[in-house]
Design a protein around this ligand. Structure first.
Ligand SMILES: Nc1ncnc2c1ncn2[C@@H]1O[C@H](COP(=O)(O)OP(=O)(O)O)[C@@H](O)[C@H]1O
Ligand SMILES: [Mg+2]
Length: 232
């Protein structure tokens, strides 16, 4: 599985999500993971450096890659159970190359107008990448949602806006919680600093939802996988 966490909106929580997902697979699935940092800001590389200098945290492999990274990602896919790609920033060759081979694409967005304004471009990006990679399962995930009950409407409305751009959106969201920020500081995941926290459960829900889509849709995409193999 190549799971890309991407999108062009800075601060939406891409690195945070990629890191927590990588820890989930390594720690709770006992799987081999390669975390790929494609963002020149190197947030995930800095996080992994903090992680590797802390004692007793399970090791996670991490590399920085930029540009035409398609074959590198396919090679990792052959050697690791999960390849998690943190691809932030502008639309780029790197983002498109990663999308051309990803099995799953998570697009984190906050339920805010400035984040939602990136949807038309995300739709174009996803639909053009699906032409070369029909096996790709793209999903928007809403992050840093307000937890006040009177703000719930904003979350539902944001989901509707995503769907209006033909982008499916996960039911699972992350709420705005300090634990995300606190865990990053020392290279940890919310699953590690408080495994039974609501934040940890949010991460598990997101992964469970996106991986179950894979199972459900597998039969549906099987026909197009022939085309995919020809491209790959
Ligand atoms: N659900 C959340 N609740 C609170 N803070 C969050 C949440 N998700 C991410 N953050 C924080 O938002 C900031 C930006 O996140 P980051 O993952 O670096 O964004 P991006 O990679 O999209 O630019 C970080 O300080 C991170 O801890
Ligand atoms: Mg980032």
């Amino acid at each position: 599985m190549i799971l890309l966490v991407g999108g062009e909106k800075g601060g939406s929580g891409k690195s945070c999500l990629a890191q927590n997902i990588a820890v989930y697979f390594a720690k709770e699935k006992d799987a081999s993971v390669m975390l790929v940092d494609c963002d020149p800001q190197k947030t995930t590389s800095d996080w992994i450096q903090a992680r590797h200098s802390a004692p007793n945290l399970p090791w996670i492999n991490c590399v920085q890659l930029y540009g035409k990274i398609r074959y590198e990602l396919l090679s990792f896919e052959n050697h690791y159970d999960y390849v998690v790609v943190d691809c932030g920033g502008q639309d780029s060759t790197t983002l498109r190359a990663a999308m051309s081979v990803a099995s799953h694409v998570l697009l984190p967005l906050r339920p805010k107008r400035r984040d939602l304004k990136t949807l038309p471009h995300m739709e174009e990006l996803v639909s053009s990448c699906q032409m070369v990679n029909p096996r790709m399962i793209p999903r928007v995930v809403l992050t840093q949602c307000p937890s006040l009950p009177n703000q719930a409407g904003r979350i539902l409305e944001s989901k509707d806006v995503c769907r209006s751009y033909n982008l499916a959106v996960l039911n699972s969201v992350t709420f705005s919680r300090n634990l995300y920020d606190d865990s990053e500081e020392c290279g940890e995941s919310v699953l590690e600093i408080e495994g039974d926290s609501k934040a940890a459960q949010e991460i598990r829900n997101i992964i469970s939802e996106i991986t179950s889509i894979a199972v459900e849709e597998e039969d549906g995409v099987r026909g197009s996988e022939i085309g995919w193999q020809a491209v790959g």
